[in-house]
Design a protein around this ligand. Structure first.
Ligand code: NDP
Length: 331
């Protein structure tokens, strides 16, 4: 089995020197264990947080251990009757081509015709659930709301834009970092307006895209996006703070918004959340997203990098914005 391990805690942008590749021979299966050939592994922004030795909602990665994270694959050898050979399973054993361990570490997934396995790591998995919960349970989006989504062309963002539309948003506005992404937002993902945050200050571009103000902000980015949203909010506006990627690779502290007073004068509510604390919404999400998907109402993009040896590149490229939709490593 080939595995990628963290060996240094990066400050600022991670480099290849912070990781090592280890090739091990797997022992024979013990009773109750399975061996899984991974098909896709997920690279996610939160992984950058776990490379730090700091208090957060998930424990830091231990140095010299294989990078944990979402993956999906197929059981290729089994000593556990509940997971026979051929079962498609999701797990958290991360950056390795073959995973092996007690059956309890693996969750069988529906092998539904017409649903690519990779979507269980993205639109129809945690990513989609995050987008759905942020809009509904956290931001309390209502029909007719004007919704602004930052990081709109990424995995969570493309899901959130479509869900907002399907849930009856009045106007959906998105921002992203390339003109290609911006064009896709309006042509493919149902956004009414979109802009490239690199073109001009977000404050100016958001004001132009939302002349009637915004009611809901789904924030994946933080920084200048949050500040701009605070200015654009209508009275009673609500934000779901999902991520703040501007700061993840910053070597020093980043500045906060200069207009927090708007929370008071406009009666705004900002609520941060991590999806692990809201899993009670998963059954509702599965049902709704399943119906939308089956009806052909959901589009998606994936940016796929081949080979476990390119997992670090895939992670860094995602953090730099090389992905449209979900970034995945195909094994
Ligand atoms: P994405 O697919 O959105 O990939 C990250 C994207 O961030 C890049 O494609 C890039 O797009 C954008 N980006 C990078 N740097 C900057 C920057 N300085 N300013 C603006 N945009 C930037 O990743 P995910 O969909 O997996 O995650 C999106 C966000 O959601 C992250 O902040 C993540 O931490 C958060 N998240 C939170 C969860 C929770 O439970 N709260 C769960 C899952 C994700 P571009 O080209 O547009 O710059």
């Amino acid at each position: 089995s080939t595995q990628i391990q963290l060996v240094n805690r990066p400050s600022g942008w991670p480099t290849h020197d912070d990781f090592r590749t280890v090739v091990t021979e797997l022992p024979p299966l013990a009773p109750g264990e399975v061996r899984v050939a991974n098909e896709f592994i997920s690279v996610d922004p939160y992984m950058r947080g776990r490379m730090r030795d700091a208090r957060s909602y998930v424990a830091p990665y231990a140095l010299g251990e294989t990078m944990a994270g979402g993956a999906i694959g197929r059981v290729v050898a089994s000593a556990a009757p509940e997971l026979p050979e051929g079962t498609v399973v999701l797990h958290q054993l991360g950056w390795r081509d073959v995973a092996q361990g007690p059956a309890a570490q693996f969750r069988p997934e529906l092998d539904a015709p017409g649903v690519p396995h990779s979507l269980r790591l993205g639109l129809l998995g945690m990513t989609g659930l995050t987008a759905y919960v942020g809009l509904t349970a956290i931001a309390g989006m209502r029909e007719g709301d004007t919704v602004f989504i930052s990081g709109a062309a990424g995995a969570v963002g493309t899901a959130a834009g479509q869900f907002a539309r399907l849930l009856g948003a009045g106007r959906v506005i998105g921002s992203a970092g390339t003109d290609e992404k911006v064009a896709l937002l309006t042509s493919k993902y149902g956004y009414d307006a979109a802009f490239n945050y690199r073109d001009a200050p977000v404050r100016e571009q958001l004001a132009a895209a939302a002349p009637g103000g915004i009611d809901v902000f789904y924030d994946n980015v933080g920084g200048d996006h949050l500040e701009a949203a605070l200015d654009a909010f209508n009275d009673g506006g609500r934000a779901a703070l999902c991520g703040a990627i501007v700061s993840y690779n910053a070597g020093s502290r980043t500045a906060g918004p200069d207009n927090m007073g708007n929370l008071i004068t406009r009666g705004l509510r900002l609520e941060g959340f991590t999806i692990g604390n809201h899993l009670q919404h998963a059954p509702e999400f599965r049902e709704r997203a399943g119906e939308w998907f089956a009806a052909g109402s959901l589009a998606y993009d994936e940016t796929i990098v081949d080979g476990i040896d390119h997992a670090v590149d895939a992670f860094l490229d995602m953090m730099r914005g090389a992905n449209i939709g979900k970034m995945l490593v195909r094994i």
